[in-house]
Design a protein around this ligand. Structure first.
Ligand code: C5P
Ligand code: MG
Length: 331
């Protein structure tokens, strides 16, 4: 995994850089302009509205949610985020970035014959995943088919646990710009971050470990690999999580949401309409602000994203808007 050199800090200078980072959400955020006539909320909201990639169907509703969340305070906040194509970039220099599955599939842990088969699955099923003319009911069995076939192929490859770190290191995976502030700031304010992914947990963890942002406030729900005594992949653990059953996944993790029951305000980040169900296990929810990244098939899907997410970020490869929101909520 090639880290952005500007974002990578030598170990010794990390503490200093974190302090610096915590003062600004990102390098390219609009500058704060103090205006005595405006309230802090109005100043903040004007700032986020300047992001050209930000779209909202109901601006007043977004304002209401944000004001209510700010009033409740950051001790009542939890963040729930999808991983692939939400915390990670969709594109870099005009080239698609890999998902957790792609990281493994493209690594030297997989034979060329198997790579070909996995690519055929991707070519067949990804267009279905993003097809706005098909209903969730129509897509669901096909998504289960995709994940099941891909996992079977992976298990047959006798992948070694010891090789996963190298697969991630060699990959083109990239967290979105502004990731350092996002992870560090949430941790500094002890705000729990749940990463809820239909990707592969072992790979996801390795990505955030190698970028040095796997802080103690992070919990991951995902598909984890099951290795035998000699460290060879023998199966995937537990119930399969795919793109359209995050509701069931959330309801299986009641213990986590029970622990966070005083955190009744949620910031949710996703890139698929299936991600909207990630907060279904939250107890006594008071407010939820849903931010959706629309990366692909923009025109066809724009209306459905505007109808479902409070804020839609179109072809935005940064975490600037979520960062501005968390900065505001923790001020
Ligand atoms: O983290 P997230 O829930 O977004 O992970 C799911 C993503 O993994 C899907 O958007 C899908 O495109 C991708 N995927 C993949 N290869 C598979 C199965 C899923 O790239 N075999
Ligand atoms: Mg995703």
């Amino acid at each position: 995994m090639r880290k952005n050199k500007n974002k990578r800090q030598p170990a010794k200078r990390k503490a200093a850089s974190q302090t610096q980072n915590s003062k600004r959400p990102c390098s390219d955020s609009p500058k704060r302009t103090e205006n005595p006539q405006l309230t802090p909320f109005e100043i903040f909201f004007k700032e986020i509205e300047k992001f050209s990639k930000l779209h909202m169907k109901d601006r007043d509703r977004v304002q209401e949610i944000l004001q209510s969340m700010q009033k409740a305070g950051s001790k009542t906040l939890q963040v729930i985020s999808d991983f692939d194509m939400t915390l990670t970039r969709f594109e870099y220099n005009g080239k698609r970035c890999p998902t957790c599955h792609n990281i493994l599939e493209r690594s030297d842990a997989i034979s060329s014959d198997c790579k070909k088969k996995l690519q055929e699955l991707l070519d067949k099923y990804y267009p279905i995943e993003i097809d706005s003319t098909l209903s969730v009911e129509e897509k669901l069995p096909l998504m289960v088919e995709w994940w099941t076939k891909a996992h079977e192929l992976l298990v047959n490859q006798k992948i070694k646990k010891a090789g996963l770190a190298k697969a991630v290191k060699d990959s083109e995976a990239k967290l979105r710009d502004g990731y350092q502030y996002f992870f560090d700031h949430l941790n500094e304010h002890s705000i729990p971050l749940l990463i809820f992914s239909a990707g592969i947990g072992d790979i996801l963890e390795e990505v955030i470990r190698q970028t040095e942002v796997f802080h103690p406030n992070v919990k991951v729900i995902s598909n984890y690999m099951d290795f035998d005594e000699s460290g060879v992949l023998k199966a995937f653990k537990g119930e399969l999580i795919h793109i359209y059953n995050k509701k069931e996944g959330a309801l299986l993790n009641t213990g986590h949401f029970q622990e966070l029951r005083t955190r009744t305000n949620v910031l949710l980040l996703g890139d698929s309409l299936g991600d909207l169900n990630m907060a279904d296990g939250v107890q006594d929810m008071e407010n939820i602000l849903k931010i959706g990244f629309l990366n692909d098939k923009v025109e066809e899907r724009k209306q459905s994203y505007l109808d479902s997410y409070d804020i839609v970020l179109i072809k935005d490869e940064t975490l600037d808007v979520p960062n501005a929101v968390i900065r505001f909520l923790t001020e």
